[in-house]
Design a protein around this ligand. Structure first.
Ligand code: ATP
Length: 304
C-alpha cells in the first residue's frame, strides 16, 4: 500500500488443540466435540486501510484483499473478506476497505489460520468504525463464519464443546515452550472427519480425558498437561500420513514433555520445559528434512 499508514494493524494468533475428542455425530453430519484450545505466539499480521466514501453515493462499501500467500484466495472466499462484509452489510458501512494479510500461519495446517484472520477483522472493523459491539456480540457473529472463530475472538485458553457453541474461558496457563512443525502436506479437514468415522465404526478408539484436562487447568495444575494430551483425529491421519508420527516421535526423543497433532493436522507440536531441548529438536527436524525449516516455529503460549 505504498507509504500509506494503515488505519489499524492487527495480530491474528494461531491456536493448537491441547486435547480433541469426538463425542458424537449429529443428524446434520456435524460432529460433537470436546476440545481445549490454546493460542500460541505465531500470528498473521493484518493491516486495515479504510477510506471514507467520496461523493456520498451511498453504495455498498468496497472490500479488497491482498494476501502474501498464494494458496489463500484474495477475493470474497477469503474468511477475512467474509468477516468484513458481514459487518459492512449489517451496519451499512459505505467506506472502502483494503485488508492486507501477511500470512505467517501455514494454510490448512490445523492451526485455525483462516478463522483467526476472520476474528481479527471482526474486532478491527468493530474498533475502527466504532460499531460498539461487545466481545459476546462479536462472538455471536463470528460463529456464523466458522466454528473456530468464537475461540479466536476470545483468545487465551478455552474449553469448547458441542459443535463449538459451548465456549468456556480457562485461566491463563503457565508457559511451555511450544515447538510447532507443519509437514509439507495438506490434510482436508472433511476427509479427516470421514476417515475417523470409519475407524470409530470398527471400535478401538482411546478417547482423551478432556474433562480431566479442563479440571487440571482450572486447578492450575499445569504440570500434568502433557500426560493428558490426546487427539482422536490422529487415528485417521497417522495411517495415511506417517510423517505425523515421525515428527511426534522426533520431538519426544529430543526432550518434549508431550507431543500431539493439532486439529485435523498435519501440524504437530511439542511442549517443552527446556529451551535448549526445544532448540535441539528444531535442529533435528530440520537436519533430517522431516519438515522444511520455514514450517518449523519455536514459540510459546499466547495468553490474553
Ligand atoms: P482449522 O484449524 O480451523 O480447521 P486450518 O488451519 O486447518 O483451519 P486454514 O488455514 O484456516 O485451515 O485454511 C482452510 C481453508 O480456508 C483453505 O482452503 C484456505 O484457502 C481458506 N481460507 C480462506 N481465507 C483464509 C485466510 N484468511 N487464511 C487462511 N486460509 C484461508
Amino acid at each position: 500500500m505504498g507509504n500509506r499508514e494503515p488505519s489499524l494493524e492487527l495480530r491474528a494468533y494461531a491456536k493448537i488443540n491441547l486435547g480433541l475428542d469426538i463425542t458424537g455425530k449429529r443428524e446434520d453430519g456435524y460432529h460433537d466435540l470436546k476440545t481445549i484450545m490454546q493460542q500460541i505466539d505465531l500470528y498473521d499480521t493484518i493491516r486495515l486501510y479504510a477510506e471514507a466514501e467520496s461523493g456520498g453515493s451511498g453504495e455498498k462499501g468496497q472490500i479488497l484483499i491482498s494476501c502474501s500467500d498464494s494458496l489463500v484466495p484474495s477475493d470474497e472466499r477469503n474468511l477475512a473478506y467474509k468477516a468484513a462484509r458481514f459487518l459492512f452489510d449489517e451496519f451499512e458501512i459505505t467506506d472502502s476497505l483494503l485488508i492486507e494479510i501477511d500470512k505467517a500461519i501455514p494454510v490448512s495446517a490445523g492451526l485455525a489460520g483462516g478463522s483467526t484472520d476472520a476474528a481479527a477483522v471482526l474486532m478491527g472493523v468493530n474498533d475502527h468504525f466504532g460499531l460498539g459491539l461487545s466481545r459476546e456480540e462479536l462472538i455471536s457473529r463470528g460463529v456464523k463464519l466458522g466454528a473456530d472463530v468464537p475461540f479466536c475472538i476470545m483468545g487465551g485458553t478455552a474449553y469448547a464443546g458441542g459443535v463449538g457453541e459451548e465456549l468456556v474461558p480457562l485461566g491463563a496457563m503457565d508457559d511451555y515452550i511450544v515447538l510447532v512443525a507443519v509437514p509439507d502436506t495438506r490434510v482436508s479437514t472433511k476427509w479427516a472427519y470421514n476417515a475417523y468415522d470409519e475407524m470409530a465404526a470398527n471400535g478401538n478408539i482411546r478417547h482423551p480425558d478432556i474433562d480431566q484436562m479442563r479440571a487440571a487447568i482450572e486447578m492450575e495444575d499445569f504440570g500434568c498437561i502433557p500426560e493428558f494430551l490426546g487427539n482422536v483425529l490422529e487415528y485417521a491421519t497417522i495411517p495415511e500420513y506417517p510423517i505425523i508420527s515421525k515428527v511426534k516421535n522426533t520431538m519426544m526423543q529430543n526432550g518434549a514433555a508431550g507431543a500431539l497433532m493439532s486439529g485435523s493436522g498435519p501440524s504437530v507440536y511439542g511442549l517443552f520445559m527446556d529451551e535448549d531441548k526445544a532448540a535441539k529438536a528444531y535442529d533435528v527436524l530440520d537436519m533430517f528434512d522431516l519438515v522444511p525449516e520455514e514450517r518449523i516455529f519455536l514459540t510459546g503460549f499466547h495468553n490474553q
